[in-house]
Design a protein around this ligand. Structure first.
Ligand SMILES: O=C(O)CCC(=O)C(=O)O
Length: 259
């Protein structure tokens, strides 16, 4: 699915956009998955509306912005489990990470038309730091994304800087790291943007009349250990490619005692 040149590009730039990883039918299944989660969460009165807090916009503007974000969506709909074990994903991930690939978590990010919130520039590292920095995001586009509906922006090569201090752990200073200074990565539904968790990235608000639905998988080499207990939960660890070379006992009683 990708060439040696693509792998070299990823290593040099910290990101890689791969076209047509998923076909129309697979995208439709995942779109239905996302819509179903929102519907069921709304019915259960657990609708998660998030807007980034911070100083990138005046407070009254921030209040209007909405982002529907849910974690661990592969527990909600099997289309996402199928996406994780898709042969195209497998072929790409083994090139970018290695023969063994493990899921850290999944999430969906829906920017509704006209008020879909921005993501100020940030690295994902502070949320779930690991020792060897093998972690990458696979951002699966379920809608065509462009400048108007808030496509992702990345800063090519920024992963080489290593971890950068973040404000309150969440985002980089919006004046020092404006989203516009990143490289816009417009993509079509079915395309996947892979980027390392040290690559600075973000996205602008959705000002169009179109929804922007993305699903994001965070994946790592299972031998790359977390350096703290941030963002660790009982559901982590699904093997996506190869084997887990270290045996870990999944014993809920023991895990609860250790928590
Ligand atoms: O999908 C987006 O617009 C940005 C997502 C993102 O930056 C993140 O989840 O870390």
């Amino acid at each position: 699915m990708i060439s040696e040149k693509d792998v070299a590009f990823y290593q040099e730039n910290g990101y890689l956009l791969v076209k047509n990883v998923f076909n129309h039918e697979e995208v439709t299944r995942m779109q239905k998955g996302v819509d179903g989660i929102i519907q069921r969460a709304t019915e259960a009165e657990l609708d998660r509306n998030h807007a980034w807090q911070g100083d990138y916009l005046p407070k009254r503007e921030l209040k209007k912005l909405v982002l529907k974000g849910f974690h661990d969506i592969h527990y909600q709909d099997a289309s996402f489990t199928a996406a994780l074990s898709h042969p195209n994903m497998n072929a790409i991930l083994t090139e970018l990470i290695g023969p063994n690939v493990q899921l850290h978590h999944s999430k969906m990010l829906v920017k509704p038309p006209e008020n879909g919130a921005a993501f100020p520039m940030h690295q994902d590292y502070p949320y779930f730091p690991h020792k060897n920095h093998t972690m990458l995001a696979a951002s699966v586009h379920l809608d065509d994304a462009d400048l108007e509906n808030g496509c992702l922006h990345v800063v090519p090569g920024s992963h080489h800087q290593g971890p950068i201090p973040h404000r309150g752990q969440h985002y980089l200073d919006a004046k020092e790291y404006p989203i516009d200074q990143g490289k816009a990565c417009p993509a079509k539904a079915g395309d996947v943007l892979f980027f390392n968790y040290l690559t600075i990235h973000g996205s602008k608000p959705n000002t169009s009349d179109r929804t922007r639905r993305n699903v994001l998988f965070q994946l790592r080499d299972p031998e790359d250990p977390p350096v703290n207990n941030e963002h660790v939960n009982w559901g982590q660890g699904l093997m996506v490619c190869g084997q887990n070379p270290t045996y870990r006992e999944y014993n809920i009683q023991k895990m609860l005692q250790q928590a």
